[in-house]
Write a protein that binds this ligand. Structure first.
Ligand code: DX5
Ligand code: ZN
Length: 230
């Protein structure tokens, strides 16, 4: 299992979202973005219940694991994350991120996920107040701020979520916690700087990487140019 803290928090890392890949050639697509410099592969798991779309499950993650040495970042957009998380870890996920909205006792969820030995992340939807994740900061390695409504790739970035990222970064620093701050949805060359200025260091990008007309390497390099402001 890869250590999430082998990934620097002081510079931008790019996590291409597999959702935007060519699903006819998934393993080649994974190899393509890894060669292009991505250190994280973002895996969007959707159950048709928590979000109005279904993507793929642990079988696909397992099939792709031998194709890559990237950190596999499983974003569980599913109800009952604890029921399925062990399958994703067994399939090769290095980190599992659950949605705070799915759980009555998210602190317990974070502690249970910790027992799986993977990195633990918590995510919040655009309409969820930042206070929902603040008590969880000492329990997680990563906070994922959604900058679109989860469920679909290719949506427009919502800048109004950025104050939540700033608040999380500030509170984590105040508590002396090291955690990754990730953002997901509508990140591209035009929006990345604002996210970085809010303290985000890990950029999920589907469309902007997999479908960039100049190729994935150029896309990733452009996203990395932004400076993380701490
Ligand atoms: C949305 C997913 C995102 C999405 C990002 O539910 O969590 O990861 O695929 O796609 P882009 O970068 O195209 O907005
Ligand atoms: Zn995602």
């Amino acid at each position: 299992m890869k250590d999430i803290f082998s990934i620097s928090r002081d510079k931008i890392s790019v996590a291409p979202s597999l959702l935007a890949a060519d699903f006819r050639h998934l393993s080649e697509e994974v190899e393509r973005v890894e060669k292009a410099g991505a250190e994280v592969l973002h895996l969007d798991i959707m159950d048709g219940h928590f979000v109005p779309n279904i993507s793929f499950g642990a079988l696909v993650v397992k099939a792709l694991r031998p194709a890559s040495r990237m950190f596999f970042d499983a974003h569980l957009m599913i109800s009952e994350p604890l029921r399925y998380a062990p399958d994703f870890v067994a399939a090769g996920a290095d980190g599992v991120t659950f949605h705070v909205e799915t759980e009555r006792d998210p602190a317990n969820t974070a502690r249970e996920l910790r027992k799986l030995g993977c990195a633990v992340g918590v995510s919040l939807k655009p309409g969820t107040p930042v206070e929902a994740v603040m008590p969880l900061l000492p329990l997680v390695d990563l906070v994922l701020v959604m900058s679109v409504e989860p469920g679909f790739g290719g949506q427009k970035f919502m800048p109004e979520v950025l104050p939540k990222a700033t608040a999380i970064r500030r509170e984590a620093d105040r508590l002396g916690l090291k955690l990754h701050l990730e953002i997901d949805g509508g990140i591209d060359g035009g929006t990345v700087a604002a996210a970085a200025a809010a303290g985000v260091n890990m950029m999920v990008a589907g469309t902007a990487v997999f479908r960039h007309p100049d190729g994935a390497a150029a896309a990733i390099a452009a996203l990395r140019e932004a400076e993380v402001i701490k």
